[in-house]
Design a protein around this ligand. Structure first.
Ligand code: MN
Length: 500
């Protein structure tokens, strides 16, 4: 469903006619070499496409407009091998709607001490040419990423990869459609928000659909299709004995398969990239969708429980950003705490809907009562989650702006069996420590719903927030609570002044 190699970033080199044709040919050849090398690098997730060197305001304007209207172009990487007077860039940068990464590199890694002459100096000018270019973007208050280093360095390519992944997630949001099935859980605040502002700011639309639209699809599913999907379940998961063919709960598994097929058909026909549901509006559905949601998420759909469309969209973007990396991303909820002073932990889970992309090993497929919603027992995948570093991310609506919160956490191995809690679950220690992290998260208004990711970092999320032009606050090993609270206060003033 998600194929990053179909996307491209454009490698654009700026110069001017002052240098003469011979130098410009060398500039072009060097830029082609760098673009081709990045394109071939194994960790660069999208194609890197070289574009002819731009030397005039007209050429710059034209390439920026082309980038805007080329469907697969997720952003531009700009480099000033030579000096490109930046007033030439005003027109192009003003209309550019794609994210911009300023690559501050130099073709030669080393100064050729014995041979350096004026020809070399006239060619290798990024040390000052890139400063001229950077000034203009600062003068225009443009959000952009500046990456510094020699283009063959592994560290530089990793930074580039991070930004390209963020740009792919951002690109995916433009024009994306999210279905809010059955509106919000009644009276809940943090899952609400301004859908008009979100569409203006983020580029995706969220619209409501009656659960009846999904039920019609569910009822139209054929017995043969259900039979095939049940077989798939039996191969992919450890299906509990009562759910298997001949078991006394086999009908529950068939119902769950029917719901998955119906929901999938609804999402495919509507060309949606994600959805929400709510246990308060399930008229006509026998079970709250459990395994259906888990499997749709594993296929790349965003999801948020209880009408949480902001988290659904974030889960989708993060799945795109992490595509192809080991590990996964999932809808998550801070569920309950272990406050042992020697070993403080958060238990993360949801009633049902955790994506098996973060599972440690093969999930088991089980059916149990839910306790809320008043429906039949839902079938769900139960698993533990791989230990290791991860992040929790949450987008909230502050009324005057959106805020992205990110907390670094360390997931730990399960410490006990949970025989009476048959849900997918994970234990983590938030950084810098649980008391500081939870206080900071709550001071910032962060939601109980998040996207939990094993393969993305705060750096991905910071780039992503910069592309969206929204606030990003980060709780990590260096967070001091008082400083963090001040940052929130200063940001309040900044975003009031800088209300783009
Ligand atoms: Mn929830």
């Amino acid at each position: 469903m998600i194929q990053l190699k179909t996307l491209e970033a454009w490698f654009i080199t700026g110069s001017q006619h002052l240098y003469g044709e011979e130098t410009l040919q060398q500039v072009a050849a060097h830029a082609q070499t760098i673009a081709a090398s990045l394109d071939a690098a194994s960790n660069i997730p999208v194609r890197i496409v070289w574009k002819p060197v731009v030397k005039t305001p007209e050429e710059i304007y034209r390439v920026c407009q082309e980038a805007n209207t080329t469907p697969g172009c997720i952003g531009i990487i700009a480099w000033m091998h030579t000096f490109s007077p930046a007033k030439m860039w005003i027109g192009g940068l003003k209309v550019l709607q794609r994210p911009l990464l300023h690559l501050h590199t130099q073709f030669n890694r080393d100064i050729p001490w014995g041979d350096i002459d004026m020809d070399f100096m006239n060619l290798n000018q990024s040390a000052h040419g890139d400063r001229e270019f950077g000034f203009m973007q600062s003068r225009m208050r443009m959000n952009r990423r500046v990456v510094v280093g020699h283009w063959q360095e592994q560290d530089l390519q990793q930074e580039l990869e991070t930004w390209l992944r963020a740009a792919a997630g951002w690109h995916d949001w433009q024009g994306a459609r999210f279905a809010r099935i059955g509106d919000n859980m009644r009276q809940v605040a943090v899952t609400e928000g301004d859908k008009v502002e979100a569409e203006l700011k983020f580029g995706y639309s969220v619209n409501g659909y009656g659960i009846g639209d999904v039920v019609a699809k569910v009822n139209a599913v054929s017995d043969e299709a259900i039979g095939r999907l049940v077989q798939e379940y039996e191969q992919a998961y450890q299906v509990a004995a009562p759910l298997r063919k001949g078991g006394d709960r086999h009908d529950s598994l068939r119902t769950a398969a029917r719901i998955e097929l119906g929901l999938r058909a609804f999402l495919e026909e509507g060309n949606f990239k994600g959805f929400t549901d709510t246990f308060e509006d399930l008229h006509g559905l026998d079970q709250l969708p459990g395994i259906a949601v888990q499997r749709l998420m594993a296929d790349g759909y965003g999801f948020g429980g209880e009408g949480d469309w902001k988290t659904a969209a974030l889960v989708r973007a993060m799945k795109v950003m992490g595509s192809g990396l080991p590990g996964g991303s999932s809808f998550m909820e801070d569920y309950t705490y272990h406050f042992d002073p020697e070993n403080r932990l958060v238990l993360g889970a949801h009633m049902l809907e955790i994506c098996a992309s973060i599972a440690d090993g093969k999930a088991s497929c089980e059916v149990h009562p839910l306790g809320i919603g008043g429906k039949a027992d839902p079938v769900r995948l139960v698993f533990n989650v791989t230990d290791g570093p991860a992040i929790n991310a949450s987008v909230i609506d502050m009324g005057n702006r959106f805020r992205l919160l990110v907390n670094n956490v360390q997931a730990v191995k399960p410490q006990h069996e949970l025989p009476k809690l048959p849900v997918a679950r994970v234990l983590w220690k938030p950084l810098p420590d649980m008391r500081t992290a939870c206080a900071a998260w709550i001071q910032a208004g962060g939601a109980h719903h998040t996207c939990y990711s094993q393969h993305l970092t705060a750096a991905h999320m910071q780039d992503f927030a910069d592309m969206a032009g929204i606030e990003c606050v980060h709780i990590d090993e260096d967070t001091k609570l008082q400083q963090f609270r001040n940052e929130l206060r200063w940001n309040e003033a900044y975003y009031l002044l800088n209300n783009r």
